[in-house]
Design a protein around this ligand. Structure first.
Ligand code: NAP
Ligand code: GLV
Length: 316
């Protein structure tokens, strides 16, 4: 079996760690020792059976006629599908949870509790040496957009803590303690009066530019917006207007239309906006290797239903 690894932004030694981890797991599964090529512009890749990809250049798979499957080394496949890298008919798999759901839950809980309990404001008061009690915010109604591997875990975590939670998906989803809304016509009802909006949608033709002034106007005045998914969901001018007009009191943003967020960008250096550098849920090597090795083992055994299969027509 030949494996092609293409991740131009991998840290030094990272590709070798993927190779070692996958070799050990496939060996343990009785699949022998795979050939492993780390693709660089200088290295001609032999025909591969499987490709592991993250931000590959457009020609990464040119001439690869033997591929049985490609694996994204992350959860979102918008960049991969948008770059048109995959030869027609090659199935694409993505990481489904693989250690990311717990990280998303941690990030979302921190963002909401920091705002709800006003710890952000207490930090500013402490920095000025002030000792003062602020009126606590009531527990907000939370709307989570996207109820998949990550959004479903976040919605369930808040519901488990006793928050009122609504969730929005394309098809109806049933999660304990979460009021479900499905389809475009149900979006406004899901958002109506919510004190917190958490975005965990994939980026597709149906979600690009979805979060605009109309969406923010549907929330409770002074709501919190938390974007953990993709910056291109947001109409940035509308977000800035919602913050300036007080429709939103704060935003916690992990993702942006342009990354890294440029110096001097209007979303930088605002006290009510918290910026993190796309770290809400990082790919965890061991969990990702377990998931990809399990998928390859299943495909080699002839399985047809394998976890994480992407539907290119749907875009996620
Ligand atoms: P997922 O399992 O594919 O779930 C996607 C959810 O969104 C599903 O519930 C789906 O509905 C819903 N959805 C898709 N299109 C929709 C539409 N047009 N209208 C309403 N609902 C729609 O994805 P995931 O693994 O949870 O990941 C979500 C996203 O998180 C990724 O695509 C990626 O962009 C982002 N992410 C960010 C980071 C970070 O560090 N910031 C890390 C990992 C992932 P159905 O249930 O009906 O299919
Ligand atoms: C990160 O954003 C991912 O999609 O895994």
């Amino acid at each position: 079996m030949q494996i092609l690894f293409c991740h131009p932004n991998a840290a030094p030694g990272e590709a070798e760690r993927w190779q070692a981890g996958l070799t050990a797991r496939l060996g343990a599964a009785g699949l022998g020792v795979p050939g492993f090529t780390i693709r660089t512009p200088e290295v001609a890749a032999p025909p591969a059976d499987y490709a592991l990809l993250w931000n590959p250049p457009p020609a990464a798979l040119l001439g690869q006629t033997r591929l049985r499957a490609a694996f994204a080394l992350g959860a979102g496949v918008d960049a991969l599908l948008g770059a048109d890298v995959l030869p027609p008919g090659v199935p694409l798999y993505r990481l489904e949870d693989a250690g990311m759901a717990a990280q998303m839950v941690e990030y979302a809980l921190h963002a909401v509790l920091r705002w709800q309990r006003r710890f952000d404001e207490y930090e500013a008061l402490a920095a000025r040496g002030e000792w003062r009690t602020l009126t606590p915010r009531p527990r907000p109604l939370i709307a989570v957009l996207g109820l998949g591997a990550l959004g479903g875990a976040v919605a369930s975590a808040f519901a488990g803590l006793g928050y009122r939670v609504r969730g929005w998906s394309r098809s109806p989803r049933t999660l304990v303690g979460v009021e479900g809304f499905a389809g475009p016509e149900a979006l406004m009802a899901c958002l109506d009066g919510a004190g917190v909006l958490i975005d965990l949608l994939p980026l597709t033709a149906g979600t690009r530019g979805l979060l605009d002034g109309r969406v923010f106007a549907q929330l409770m005045p002074g709501a919190l917006f938390v974007n953990l998914a993709r910056g291109a969901h947001v109409v940035e001018a509308d977000l800035l207007a919602a913050l300036a007009g007080g429709r939103l009191s704060a935003a916690v943003l992990d993702v942006f239309g342009q990354e890294p967020l440029p110096a001097g960008h209007a979303l930088r250096d605002r006290p009510e906006v918290t910026v993190t550098p796309h770290i809400a849920a990082l790919t965890r090597l061991d969990a990702a290797l377990d998931s990809i090795a399990a998928a390859i083992t299943a495909i080699e055994a002839g399985a047809t239903a394998v976890l994480g299969r992407v539907d290119p027509a749907r875009g996620y």
